[in-house]
Design a binder for this molecule. Structure first.
Ligand SMILES: NC(=O)c1ccc[n+]([C@@H]2O[C@H](COP(=O)([O-])OP(=O)(O)OC[C@H]3O[C@@H](n4cnc5c(N)ncnc54)[C@H](OP(=O)(O)O)[C@@H]3O)[C@@H](O)[C@H]2O)c1
Length: 228
């Protein structure tokens, strides 16, 4: 069984890669950092997803010789700047879109052009893609675009089950950053602080355990793990 995953340097991606290994997958990972726990255990290529022209060739190289990927998890993502729409520059919006959306287009194109058969493709989305709460600007726009991007690919990728998955609240560096924001101006921050959260390890186990249920949703769907 082969798993390809992006963004294993911290948080959910690191835990998903570790859980994948535990479940017997051969793990292929693209990231900037490779944590100690994964060293020598995964097929790894360094890639900064902001460097868009490097993404396609690096994926082709990483996955050369592979015919089938049982699971692809497009996990890497950035929060960008939290703030009101007028406060956040278009440059920041573009930077967030590069990592959260356009890099994923290049990755999927590289996989398809390599002729690799993908059984299940999960894009890690967010509740922010549909909530559009105040302050979530570039991140919310990027995750809404990711949902649409994945739906579009699902119509072309025959034989691949594609799901945009909101993983629920996971205690990672990204969520820590959200919880530092002004909860008076951005009420969703207070709601997040008060809500139950999972550790990355718990969330990773839940995601793997939930895959059979995800297959019951039409390919191309957005699914929030808290609602199933
Ligand atoms: N935590 C939550 O509650 C929550 C909720 C909804 C959705 N999500 C989504 O879950 C995913 C993982 O986030 P997280 O919460 O685990 O946050 P995190 O700890 O900040 O992890 C972000 C991951 O993305 C990778 N990444 C970021 N910029 C990159 C770049 N330029 N090039 C390559 N990789 C890059 C990082 O890997 P490197 O450091 O190796 O680059 C890291 O592994 C994201 O897509 C996020 O939007 C999280």
């Amino acid at each position: 069984m082969d798993l390809f995953i992006t963004g294993v340097g911290s948080g959910l991606g690191k835990a998903l890669a570790e859980e994948g290994l535990r479940r017997g997958y051969k793990v292929h990972a693209l990231s900037r950092k490779l944590p100690e726990s994964l060293k020598g255990k995964v097929n790894f290529r360094y890639c900064d997803l902001r460097d868009l022209e490097k993404v396609y060739p690096t994926v082709r190289e990483l996955l050369s010789g592979i015919g089938v990927l049982d699971l692809v998890i497009l996990n890497a993502g950035v929060l960008g700047e939290f703030g009101d729409m007028r406060e956040v520059s278009l440059r920041t919006f573009k930077e967030v879109m590069d990592v959260n959306v356009w890099a994923n287009k290049l990755i999927i194109d590289a996989i398809m052009d390599s002729g690799i058969k993908v059984k299940v493709l999960i894009g890690i989305s967010s509740g922010a893609s549909v909530n559009c709460n105040r302050g979530w600007g570039a991140y919310a726009v990027s995750k809404a675009a990711l949902n649409c991007l994945l739906k579009l690919y699902s119509r072309e990728m025959e034989g691949t089950h594609v799901i945009a998955l909101a993983p629920g609240l996971v205690l990672t560096p990204m969520l820590e950053e959200v919880m530092k924001q002004d909860e008076e101006r951005f009420p969703s921050v207070r709601r997040i602080k008060e809500s139950p959260k999972r550790t990355p390890e718990e969330a990773a186990r839940l995601i793997f355990d939930t895959i059979p249920k995800l297959l019951e949703f039409e390919s191309g769907s957005f699914v929030d793990i808290r609602k199933i």
